[in-house]
Structures are given as C-alpha cells and as structure tokens.
Ligand binder design. Structure first.
Ligand code: HEM
Length: 234
C-alpha cells in the first residue's frame, strides 16, 4: 500500500497527471473556441447554441447534465494541474539548488537546448489564466460582473462586454497568456507522453504542432472579441 502511495506521488506520475489534465483542457478550449465562433451567425443562432448545451443528452441525462459533467471534469483537471505544477516546481527548486533553468544553459543557446520564452513564463502565465477564469466566469457565466449591462441573453452578454475597449484589452492579454502557456504546455505534455523524438526544441515537429494549436486557439478566441469591438458583429 505504501508503495502504491509512493508511486502516485512520484515525479513521473505527477508529470503524467499534468500532461493528461492539460490535454483535457486543450480539448475543452478547442471546443469552446469553435462554439464561440457561432457569434458570427447572429443572436438567435448563438443563444440557441447556449441553450442546446443545457439540453444535450435529455431525457437520458437531467437538464444541464452534460454541462455539469464537463464542469466537474474541468474542475478536477484544473485542481490536479495546479497541485502537480506546484509540487513539481518545489521539487525542481530544491533539486536545482535554487538556480532553476540555468542548469540547462549553454553558451550557444542561452535559453537552453529545449527551452523557449514560453517555458519561462509558465508559472506567472498560469496565475494570469487562473485570475482570468475567475473574472470570465463572473462575467459571462454568472453575470455578476457585467460591463456594458446585465442581460439574460448569452449573445448580448458577449456583445455588451466586447463593445468596451478595456474589456477587449483584458481578454486579449489573457488570450496571449493562454497562447504562450499552451505553446510550451502542449509541447511538454506530448514530450512527457513519449512523443518527442528530437534533441532540440526548435527543430522538432512537435514544436511546430504546438505553435499551430496555440495560434489557432488564441486567434480563434480573439476573432469574436475584435469583430465586436470594430462593429462587425452586434
Ligand atoms: C474571447 C474569449 C472567450 C469568450 C468570448 C468566451 C465566452 C464564453 C461564454 C459566452 C460563456 C458562457 C456560456 C454559457 O453559459 O452559455 C463561457 C463560459 C466559460 N468559459 Fe469562456 N470564453 C472565452 C475564453 C475562455 C477561455 C480562454 C477559457 C479557459 C481558459 C474559458 C473557459 C470558460 C469556462 C470554464 C466557462 C464555464 C462553462 C460553464 O460551466 O458553463 N473561456 N465562455
């Protein structure tokens, strides 16, 4: 029993937990980003889509059943991800004698052989995203924070908010943080799961793939925000 507990707390198990929980969140982000693009189809289509999210699976599942399953899976993923990240960070700091990433630096490559700008920003990027999620849920899910005016219509909540420049700016900063976090995170997750076969990050196909996924998600989320700000939607 002690061996099982020890194995679950091993660095490999924590890295795997981070990778799998991260990939679950990437899948959610792709679906969420795609769903948001329905804003370009107008008020009726977007509100119908938001309503549909609450009725999928009925009568087999109760009202909002699938939505609650998704919420619980996401919450467990976020908690696991943050727990594993902070435990691994503390272990790494203790093992590296507080010099951290410097261990991997060379004269030829100041950022280390498999490191990128994104890999240095994971901790603060993660904190920025966590703060954003709290604001975002109060804004677009709970409607407790309503720049531009409160409304029961999901379409109008989005449009009212993104007509205001500082709301778009706040979301844009958060989406750029999401993009950087995903670039390194997606690469790192697939590396943990054994998919990295190159010795340097820059030459790896995995890096190109990670950049492509991050750009698609970041741009896909920003499109509706800027389209509304410029008056093309709403
Ligand atoms: C410009 C970018 C985004 C827009 C316009 C947007 C829009 C929305 C809207 C309209 C809802 C409410 C859906 C409903 O209740 O019917 C929502 C919920 C949510 N969003 Fe976003 N979102 C954006 C970015 C993000 C990002 C980057 C994340 C995660 C890092 C995220 C995570 C969530 C979560 C967890 C929910 C709650 C789902 C629920 O439990 O009902 N969103 N979003």
């Amino acid at each position: 029993m002690a061996n099982v507990t020890q194995a679950r707390r091993s660095t490999v198990a924590l890295k795997s937990a981070m990778a799998v929980s991260g990939l679950i969140m990437v899948a959610y982000l792709l679906a969420h980003m795609y769903g948001n693009l329905k804003i370009f189809n107008g008020r009726e289509a977007f509100n119908e889509y938001a309503q549909h999210l609450r009725t999928i699976g009925e009568p087999l599942l109760p009202h909002e059943g699938l939505l609650w399953i998704i919420r619980v899976v996401l919450l467990v993923s976020v908690l696991l991800h943050v727990y594993a990240a902070s435990t691994l960070w503390r272990r790494n700091r203790a093992a590296a004698g507080y010099v951290g990433g410097k261990r991997y630096q060379t004269k030829q490559n100041r950022t280390g052989i498999q490191r990128s700008y994104a890999s240095f920003t994971m901790r603060w990027g993660g904190v920025t995203i966590a703060l954003f999620i709290v604001f975002h849920l109060l804004h677009l899910t709970g409607n407790q924070v309503h720049p531009g005016g409160a409304t029961p219509s999901p379409y109008d909540r989005v449009v009212n908010g993104f007509e205001i420049w500082w709301v778009v700016l706040a979301y844009a900063v958060a989406m750029i943080a999401v993009g950087f976090h995903l670039w390194h995170g997606f690469w790192s997750a697939l590396t943990t799961l054994g998919q990295n076969h190159s010795s340097t990050r820059r030459d790896s196909k995995l890096n190109t793939f990670a950049i492509a996924v991050s750009v698609i998600i970041t741009v896909g989320f920003l499109l509706p925000a800027f389209a509304i700000l410029f008056g093309w939607v709403g």
